[in-house]
Design a protein around this ligand. Structure first.
Ligand code: PEP
Length: 239
């Protein structure tokens, strides 16, 4: 399993349903990783085997995994298959999966547990919708997502948490810096168990705001969607 304690910050590119072979070739020709940080590229699954890694500061991640370990589940990809292909990280419970594929906290819990068994680090995504934020439900929603979605086998060395307010994903909107820092602190204090967890921020991170967000004392890195598709911009974010 990757030793997360080695890195000053962790940056994850979520390409979502984007990319093709020539995009990938061009991307890796231009990508400049910083060896103090951990950089993880999460591509659509068909490209996972073509991603580059140096096993020092550059790794590959999947965007999802099956809840099932094997069997008659057409179209699925198991945690052991990801391990068999040297995939070290996997996003779990991204808000788009919760929204469009009805993923529940129970699914997130099972997937994360299966990944940990295979020595793959789940990046467990949590976050409130705008409506929940406006109704002052952020703390309650995050607490439930954590309590129900994070398996008992998870610890600060084998799992990551990504706080991604749903209303900030792909919208250009972000919480204030104070809000981000406070929510990250809150997450780390829900239970003593989470005190040392690394918590990444995601939601409209770009080259112009990444430094101020990543410099916050309770933020341990960023999960980047749209801006990770532009390699020159991503290079600035991870530099
Ligand atoms: C994401 O997909 O997790 C994300 C944070 O997207 P964006 O950076 O585009 O808001």
């Amino acid at each position: 399993m990757v030793n997360l304690d080695k890195y000053s910050s962790i940056f994850i590119a979520n390409w979502k349903l984007n990319g093709n072979s020539s995009f990938l070739k061009d991307y890796y020709e231009k990508l400049k990783v910083n060896s103090n940080n951990c950089t993880i590229i999460c591509s659509p699954s068909i490209y996972l085997k073509s991603l580059k890694r140096n096993n020092e500061s550059l790794f590959c991640g999947a965007q999802d995994v099956s809840s099932y370990k094997e069997g008659a589940y057409t179209g699925e990809l198991s945690a052991s298959m990801l391990r068999d292909n040297n995939i070290d990280f996997c996003l779990v419970g991204h808000s788009e999966r919760r929204q469009y594929f009805a993923e529940t906290n129970d699914n997130v819990n099972i997937k994360s547990s299966n990944l940990i068994e295979e020595n793959i680090i789940p990046v467990i995504c949590i976050g409130e919708t705008l409506e929940q934020k406006e109704n002052n439900l952020t703390e309650q929603i995050l607490s439930t997502q954590i309590k129900d979605g994070i398996p008992s086998s998870a610890n600060h060395q084998n799992a990551l948490i990504a706080y991604e307010p749903v209303w900030a994903i792909g919208t250009g909107l972000t919480p204030t810096l104070d809000e981000i820092n406070q929510v990250h602190e809150l997450i780390k204090h829900f239970d003593t168990k989470f005190r040392n967890f690394k918590v990444l921020y995601g939601g409209s991170v770009k080259s112009s705001n990444s430094k101020e967000i990543n410099d916050l004392n309770h933020v341990d890195g960023c999960l980047i969607g749209g801006a990770s598709l532009k390699v020159d911009e991503f290079n600035i974010i991870i530099s």
